[in-house]
Design a protein around this ligand. Sequence first.
Ligand code: UFG
Length: 344
Amino acid sequence: MSDRIVVTGGAGYIGSHVCVELLSRGASLLVIDNFANSHPEAVTRIQEIANADVVLLERDMADPAHKTDIVKAVKDFRPDGGIHLAGLKAVGESVAEPARYYSVNIGSALTLIEALEAANARTIVFSSSATVYGEDNANPVDEAGATAPTNPYGRTKYFIEDMIKDIARSDDKWRAVNLRYFNPVGAHPSGKIGEDPNGLPNNLFPFIAQVAVGRREKLSVFGNDYPTSDGTGIRDYIHVSDLARGHAAALSYLHQQETGCAIDVNLGTGVGYSVLEAVAAFKRASNRDIPYEIVPRRDGDIAEIYANASLAQKLFNWRAEKSLKEMCADHWRWQSQNPDGYTD
Ligand code: UFG
C-alpha cells in the first residue's frame, strides 16, 4: 500500500492500532491529534512497532483557531484520503454536555472533510458505532437495521454518517465508508499499545483489566435480569487489530470504486458474549481473580446486540479472525505490562 492517509485521532485506542496496520502495509501517515484523551507516547510506540515514522500534527480538529493550520498541513501532505477517528466518546458525559459533544464531534468531521476537499482527496473512512442502532432490531443486526441512538454521543455518530452521505450525494468525487464498530477490545499483541482510559473506565474490558491488575477492587455487573442466557448483557466484542484491518480493507475498497459512494458497514464478529462469559474468559487469560458484584442495570443499556458482518466480508473480503481468548490475552498483556497506561 503506497497510500498517503490522514488519520485524525491517530494516537487514541483505535487510532493507534489503525496506524500500526497501515504503516505495516507501507502507507505514509499524517496523524492529527490534540492528546485530549490520548498520549504522545502512543505515537512513539506506533513508530517502534511498525519501524516507520509518521508526520504528527498536534492540533484540535474542533478548534476554529486551528483550522487554517490543519487545512494547510493536509494539503501539503498530498493525501489519498482520510480516516476520521478524532472525537469525544463518553456516553454519560454526552448526556451532561450535549452541546460540547455536537460541537466537537461534528466540527471535527467537517474540518477533515473541508481539508480533504482542499487537498482534492475525497476519500474518507469514518469511525461510527453500532450505538446508532438502538435496541429495536433483531440480532444479528445488519446495516438495514433501524437507527435509533439513545444518547447525544450516539446521535453525533448518526448525524455525521448522514452528513457524509449528503456530501457524497452532492459530489460524486466523494467515496466514503461509515464503519459501525461493535465492541472493540484487546490490544496489539506486542503489549506496547492499548486502551488507556482517563479516570474510571466506562467500558467493560478496561474495567475488568484494571480489576485484574489490582487498580480497582471489583467489577460492577450492570444487571443480571436481562432476557439472556445468564441474565447479563450480550455484546459483540471484536479484537482491535481485526478492527484496524477493517479500516485498511475499507480504504482498499474505496480506492477501487470508479464512481462516488457512501456506505455503512458493520465491523463485528457476529458472535455475542455475556458479561459473565467475558469475565470468565479474562480470568482464564490473566490467571487473576476478577471479583464482581451484581448491581442494577445501567441507564440506556440494551440486553443484547451482535453484528451481521456479512457486508464487510462481501465488499471488503474482510472478516474478524481473533477469538475472545486472544482478545483477553492481548488486553491482559497490555494492562499487565503497562499497569498505569502510558505514564510519563
Ligand atoms: N458492563 C458492566 N459493567 C461495567 C461496564 C459494562 O456490567 O463496568 C456491561 C454493560 O452493561 C454491557 C456490557 O458490559 O452489557 C458492555 O458494556 P460497554 O460499556 O463495554 O459497551 P457498550 O455496549 O455499552 O458500548 C458500546 C460502545 C461504546 C458506545 C456505547 C453506546 O462500545 O463506544 O455502546 O451505548 F459508547
